[in-house]
Design a protein around this ligand. Structure first.
Ligand code: PGA
Length: 256
């Protein structure tokens, strides 16, 4: 059995000015700057990436992530940000296909697939979000939804490329609602996702792929969720905006 290093990412969404970001990152550097039992990724908004990047240029295990990128390399795309622009700021990860972008920006699996391609071409690791809505869960369609998101989103990639992709299972009904999937529900979905990766790629790829859980992760539930056998980390929204809370999530999840 392969051991998968946990990866815990903070998705700040549309929060934190540069000044606020600096305060938070300084706190995190002090508390978990050298923490190495998990990979830790901070995903500020575009406007704070440069400021956070500068602070992370010191010796630290904290890594920089972005929340989105353009599928295009350059050109007349007003308001868009390319992979090369992110790369220049030492961005190592990028969240792709977050449910808020699928919902508000109408991002579909085909676009998400092209964005993953753009990220990989620039050697930025995609964190690819998938997950079902509440009606889909209640109608027992969640497996079908996840299967389609994986099949279409990951179409055309090689097993070698998959090794640079992190998946994030985020049941939409648990995002920002305070309603967390139970550890058993989350584990069942993660197990299913891993099986699908096995079908689409190989048993070795399915064994290796890291799958984060996201949706109302908090210091109080992080340990129970992240000790499930198929949960390899967390994508944390609201609770990552507070230094003490995010630190507690990481420490609780990784305690021996
Ligand atoms: P939440 O968000 O932790 O605030 O529920 C998670 C996410 O959307 O990535």
């Amino acid at each position: 059995m392969i051991t998968r290093k946990k990866i815990i990412a903070g998705n700040w969404k549309m929060n934190k000015t540069q000044a606020e970001a600096r305060v938070l990152v300084e706190d995190l550097l002090r508390d978990i700057g050298r923490f190495d039992a998990a990979e830790i990724v901070l995903c500020p908004p575009f406007t704070a990436l440069a400021a956070v990047s500068e602070l992370l240029s010191t010796e630290t295990n904290l890594r920089l992530g972005a929340q989105n990128l353009s599928e295009h390399a350059s050109g007349a795309y007003t308001g868009e940000i390319s992979a090369a622009m992110l790369k220049e700021l030492y961005v190592r990860y990028v969240i792709i296909g977050h449910s808020e972008r699928r919902h508000y920006q109408n991002e579909n699996n085909a676009l998400i697939n092209r964005k993953i391609k753009a990220a990989l071409a620039a050697e930025i690791k995609p964190i690819v979000c998938i997950g079902e809505t509440l009606p889909e869960r209640e109608a027992s369609h969640w497996k079908k939804v996840l299967e389609t998101q994986l099949t279409e989103g990951l179409a055309g990639f090689t097993e070698e490329q998959l090794a640079d992709i992190v998946l994030a299972y985020e049941p939409i009904w648990a995002i920002g609602t305070g309603k967390t999937a139970t550890p058993a529900q989350a584990e069942e979905a993660h197990q299913f996702i891993r099986q699908q990766v096995g079908k689409l790629f190989s048993a070795a790829a399915s064994d290796r792929v890291r799958i984060q859980y996201g949706g109302s992760v908090k210091p109080e539930n992080a340990r129970e969720l992240l000790t499930q056998p198929n949960i390899d980390g967390a994508l944390v929204g609201g609770a990552s905006l507070d230094g003490r809370g995010f630190t507690a999530i990481i420490k609780n999840a990784c305690a021996e």
